[in-house]
Design a protein around this ligand. Structure first.
Ligand code: GLA
Length: 541
């Protein structure tokens, strides 16, 4: 597995490669399907071991599962370029996905960098004319986060890009210079490498580079990452790829869900089991299947990285991907991964997911041929039989109750009943944060001291007001102060720069803000943004 190789030609115009790519892809897909079907069937249950302390406790990142988009499931290695990523970014904003919390976006294999004679990674400017840094800046300016890709071995899986082996510190510095916020690190071409030592070194290299990043480990379950990766990064793939590029595979996605759910005890805030990017909205799945897979990913507190072509989504797919009531289960501040309670073949009950307000999520998955009814008792959910409970259907958005003893669901083939059960008929949504920008860029041209300001506004689309965000003033450089104004749903970070006494040059600060979710009292993921200051002339004192 670790020496998988595929072909990708970064230098060619994607349009010219299409015919050849299709032929190669057809063969590759066949081969991949055979290999992956075998791999997915591998037992994924790890020997028992206690979860490790999460690295996220230090950087505060990904205390809820990351949400975003990655190209691989639809586009494979080709064609990925700046134009595609920019179009996807626009579609992510226009479709309402940004407002639903999707933030991390960027190229996967098609990143196409190369290593220069000096050992440093360089952008392929034919593919990314704005430079990988310029693309990242534009993504940040749109209030989104930048996701990039590399490999822990000698080459990426395609064989076309250099891996980080032997260049861990240089490469993590390059990713920091490109202003990546999320790095997926694959495990191809890593023969003979010790997996824990390799990823640990990459974690040290990331910290040395000084930019906090969500570290997504991608060893497809090799090396049982759930046992150790939480101390290094924030999420790890638990299984092989969910599909070959461009080809959704319903049966395979279900096998992955059932493998992933068994690892539930290893997940928690800042450390997530990753059953792979979603195939929701890809050709080959109907609306019911999309809804079902999305519900399973949400119930498993899986990272929600969409993998479909966001430029060509129908309304139903947008409706699935932006259903805030389902997303609320995934993004719940307690960070508990739901799992199966029983599975009788056609019907399975998924529960074990307490939520921040004292309610809990449950899901009935039905894989039989004809619509069926099933009674779920409160005792099966660990609740008292005589509790009078309200039931919220997260897809029809209807509440019923109070029900005593249990609840009867009616589910069609391949569908789910995805429900939230509570003692009250109030079903709050935890914080969903949407920023207008993550990059403040200021410029001073005069020799006289100036005061410059730039703002970042963050809106909470959840249902509770947040306390003012906290920033440690000691973490800021002397030329920058930050005040937080506004309250409740919308708060603004006012960044004030004093240029007094600054020498000509470029200055950069990463601002970290922290908050606490008010209903559960749990720490929220830290919010980071960049402040750039360009000083054109030396400034007087
Ligand atoms: C591996 C990963 C995929 C994707 C490809 C890129 O197969 O599991 O998600 O990143 O590499 O080559």
């Amino acid at each position: 597995m670790s020496s998988r190789m595929r072909r990708v030609r970064c230098e060619l115009d994607p349009a010219r490669r299409c015919g050849r790519a299709l032929a190669v892809a057809a063969f590759a897909v066949l081969a991949v399907v055979v290999i992956l079907a075998a791999a997915a069937a591998r037992p994924q249950t790890a020997p028992p071991s206690a979860p490790v302390a999460a690295h996220a406790e230090v950087d505060g990142l990904a205390l809820i599962p990351p949400m975003g988009w990655y190209p691989w499931n639809t586009f494979g290695e080709e064609p990925q370029n700046e134009k595609l990523i920019r179009e996807i970014v626009d579609a992510l904003v226009a479709s309402g996905m940004k407002d639903a919390g999707y933030a991390y976006v960027g190229p996967d294999e098609g990143i196409c960098f190369s290593r220069g004679a000096d050992g440093k990674l360089t952008t392929n400017l034919a593919r990314y004319p704005s430079d990988l840094r310029g693309l990242g800046d534009d993504i940040h300016m749109k209030g989104l986060k930048y996701a990039l890709y590399t490999d822990a071995g000698t080459k990426t899986c395609s064989g076309a890009m250099p891996g980080t082996k032997g260049y861990e510190f240089e490469d993590m510095r390059a990713f920091a210079d490109w202003r990546a916020d999320y790095i997926k690190i694959d495990w191809c071409n890593s023969d003979g490498q010790d997996i824990v030592a390799t990823y640990s070194e990459l974690g040290r290299a990331q910290r040395a580079a000084g930019r906090p990043v969500v570290h997504s480990l991608c060893s497809w379950g090799d090396g049982y990452p759930w046992q150790w990766a939480g101390a290094i990064g924030h999420m790890w793939r638990t299984t092989s790829d969910i599909c070959g590029p461009g080809k959704a595979d319903w049966a395979r996605a279900l096998r992955i869900a059932f493998a992933n759910e068994k690892l539930h005890e290893f997940a928690g805030p800042g450390r997530w089991n990753d059953p792979d990017m979603m195939i929701v909205g890809m050709p080959g799945l109907d609306e019911t299947q999309n809804r079902t897979l999305f519900s399973l990913w949400c119930h498993m507190a899986a990272p929600l990285m969409a993998g479909n072509d966001l430029r060509a989504m129908d309304k139903a797919t947008i409706g699935v991907l932006t259903n805030l009531e389902a997303i609320a289960v995934d993004q719940d501040p307690l960070g508990v991964q739901g799992h199966t309670i029983w599975n009788d073949g056609n019907v399975s009950l998924w529960a074990g997911k307490p939520l921040f307000d004292g309610s809990q999520a449950m899901l009935v998955l039905y894989l039989g041929k004809y619509r069926a009814e099933r009674r779920i008792t409160w005792e099966e959910l660990g609740l008292k039989a005589d509790d009078g409970l309200y039931v919220r259907n997260l897809w029809t958005h209807e509440t019923s109750g109070p029900h005593k003893g249990g609840f009867t669901v009616s589910v069609g083939p391949n569908d789910v009943a995805f429900l939230r059960v509570s003692k009250t008929n109030d079903f709050p949504i935890p914080p969903v944060l949407v920023a207008d920008t993550y990059l403040v860029s200021l410029r001073s041209t005069g020799a006289r001291p100036e005061i410059l300001t730039g703002r970042v506004t963050v809106t909470n689309k959840g249902s509770s007001d947040l306390a003012p965000w906290r920033i440690d003033p000691k973490s800021l450089p002397p030329w920058l102060t930050v005040a937080v104004t506004g309250s409740g749903r919308t708060q603004t970070f006012v960044n004030t720069v004093s240029t007094k006494g600054l020498k000509k040059g470029s200055y950069h600060a990463i601002v970290r803000a922290d908050n606490v979710e008010p209903v559960s009292g749990r720490p929220m993921s830290a919010l980071y943004y960049d402040v750039d200051l360009e000083v054109v002339r030396d400034v007087r004192r």
